[in-house]
Design a protein. Structure first.
Length: 592
């Protein structure tokens, strides 16, 4: 049997809040799911725009509104400086669209991680001065740590507005306004907004201000498709506020009221917009937008989201798809190299090493190679984290032409629950100030820059920090939402589960478990396990698929299995059927 931890341990319906009684009458299983995620009233499932948190709590938002309003009225040149990921791209496209509708003179500078680095660097400011001569710079999805860049802008008489969501424990740069729910002394009730969410709030406030003043305005809610895409692609925590934003953006795409670029990307991937899911943001659209910033230049992604004709949108979507295929090829090679390095470490077990910790006892995976691609290190770190359940940091040269000991290398970090990766890096920066040049990020993802000669010292310091933590942090826990009743194996229930509710990071998608009789099994493409199963009370076989299945856990003689799974609807040739997506499996009986 699998060792699983139940998410919900209460009883139904004895302790059920009155406001959830109607939901319980519809589905006790859905009620259990929501209670397990902290939903204690039907109001928590109300995603009307009126339920969004008011913007008042965002520090400096009114100062930022006054700056932008004045810039529009006086036709000052506004320059948007974004980030080179999907959150940065959607934030930039949103700013361009809305400010343009208001009559602003607005342009954006293309973020290029290979030339200018992350954030509002002095180099980006100089590029902006040379090409656009701005009066106002507005950062989106960056800037909270850009002290040098802000200083350079101020020296050149440029007004600076920072909009960001990244964590900080330091004083802000000396910008004219800083809008960031995670800055010090900000009382906004949600700290989960991503960059495009912060931009949405600022533009919404600006729109209301100008409308009440009788000036040209815009309907910012028309662009919630961009907000939803950036929120999910940036793995924003889906608290109620973010779920509301995503729900409306998702509804707009399903109705075709969205960016032509999004529709073109969905068409290219063979996805029906009317059946768009939250997962499609993260696994279909997001990676293709991100590929522009990883492999080339984010301008392609931004222009795709801003395309005014379907012909142009399709052309740019095709370019993004090509870049994504290139990204996957490069990533595959890097992952193979990373796996080889880890295998060599394991093979060295028991031999003399320079490290104090045996390879099998490592609590972090920190890797670097001279020929690795800076644009893909974050994905590789994420894969390593998932496979080995260890925080992973993957480094590559900051400049492909340099690999000397004094040259900079950039790292991308991904973490596991229980380890706040940005705070861990900051701890090392404080105890070893000579090691880290720059860093920033979130609880689960961060970035940093070192000198190549300091790589080993940093890796050892980080590993020692991990060794000081409780061992239980590094033991992966699998959660279940319990068993299903026979009535749950219906298209109606699965449709309500997957299509009518918003699941994701911080409001995790349901996983169930149960004992199933194995009717049939076969291997697809030498790596996927396809099963036909029988569940008590269900009159027909239920399909299940285990992608990249664990051969050590499967026995072809299996008669019964205990399975952890998600529910899905598989559509083929116009027919729909329920399909279970296997997350883990244990054979409990075999054919004698």
């Amino acid at each position: 049997m699998l060792n699983l931890t139940p998410r919900f341990t209460g009883t139904l319906p004895a302790d059920l809040p009155d406001s959830l009684q109607d939901l319980y009458q519809y589905s006790p299983t859905l009620t259990r799911l929501f209670l397990a995620r902290g939903v204690t009233s039907s109001e928590a499932l109300d995603y009307g725009l009126a339920t969004l948190l008011p913007a008042d709590g965002l520090k400096d938002i009114d100062q930022a509104v006054e700056i932008l309003d004045n810039a529009i009225e006086n036709q000052q040149r506004i320059l948007i400086v974004g980030d080179f990921d999907c959150d940065g791209a959607t934030s930039t496209a949103l700013m361009m669209r809305v400010l343009g509708e208001m009559g602003a003179q607005v342009d954006f500078v293309v973020p290029d991680r290979f030339k200018y680095g992350y954030g509002l660097t002095p180099e980006i400011v100089q590029l902006g001065i040379d090409e656009y001569n701005p009066d106002v710079i507005v950062t989106v999805d960056n800037g909270i740590s850009s002290h040098e860049g802000v200083d350079k802008a101020l020296e050149n008489g440029i007004t600076v507005v920072i909009t960001d969501h990244h964590l900080t424990t330091k004083p802000n740069p000396e910008a004219h306004a800083v809008v960031n729910p995670n800055q010090l002394q900000c009382d906004f009730d949600s700290k989960a907004l991503v960059g495009v969410g912060v931009a949405f709030y600022l533009l919404g406030r600006l729109s209301k201000y100008r409308r009440e003043a009788g000036r040209s305005s815009a309907q910012v809610s028309r662009y919630l498709d961009l907000v939803a895409l950036g929120t999910v692609a940036d793995v924003g925590v889906l608290d109620h506020n973010n779920r509301t934003l995503v729900a409306h953006g998702l509804a707009a795409i399903r109705e075709g009221r969205c960016s032509l670029g999004i529709l073109a990307l969905l068409e290219l991937a063979g996805r029906d917009p009317h059946k768009m899911s939250v997962q499609d943001f993260g696994f279909v659209i997001g990676p293709r937008i991100n590929a522009a910033g990883r492999m080339d230049n984010m301008r392609i992604g931004i222009e795709c989201l801003m395309a005014d004709s379907m012909q142009e949108a399709k052309r740019l979507a095709f370019e993004l798809d090509k870049l994504n295929k290139e990204r996957r090829f490069v990533e595959g090679g890097m992952r193979e190299q990373a796996d080889d390095i880890l295998r060599q470490l394991q093979a060295s077990e028991g031999q003399a090493t320079d490290t104090k910790t045996k390879p099998s006892e490592l609590r972090s995976l920190i890797l670097y190679q001279d020929d690795w691609h800076q644009g893909v290190i974050g994905i590789v770190a994420g894969r390593l984290k998932e496979t080995h359940y260890r925080p992973a940091i993957v480094f590559a040269p900051a400049d492909d032409s340099k690999v000397g000991a004094e040259d900079a290398i950039k790292g991308s970090a991904r973490s596991i629950p229980g380890i706040h990766i940005r705070d861990a890096i900051e701890s090392i920066a404080e105890s070893h100030p000579e090691l880290i040049t720059h860093f920033g990020g979130h609880a689960m993802a961060a970035g940093l820059t070192l000198k190549k000669k300091d790589f080993t010292a940093f890796a050892e310091a980080f590993e020692q920090l991990m060794q000081n933590l409780e061992a239980s942090v590094f033991e992966e826990e699998q959660f279940t939402d319990g068993e299903l009743v026979a009535e749950d194996f219906s298209l109606q229930f699965v449709e309500a589960l997957t299509h009518s509710h918003i699941w994701g990071h911080g409001f995790v998608a349901p996983q169930f478990d149960g004992l199933f009789e194995v009717l049939d099994s076969r291997i697809l493409k030498d790596k996927h396990l396809k099963l036909s199963l029988k569940y008590p009370g269900v009159l027909y076989p239920v399909d299940a698929i285990w992608f990249n299945y664990d051969t050590d856990k499967w026995d072809y003689r299996a008669k019964e299995v205990h399975m952890l799974f998600e529910l899905n609807i598989n559509e083929w040739n116009g027919n729909q059927n329920i399909q279970m997506m296997v997350k883990d499996l244990a054979v409990t009986q075999i054919v004698p």
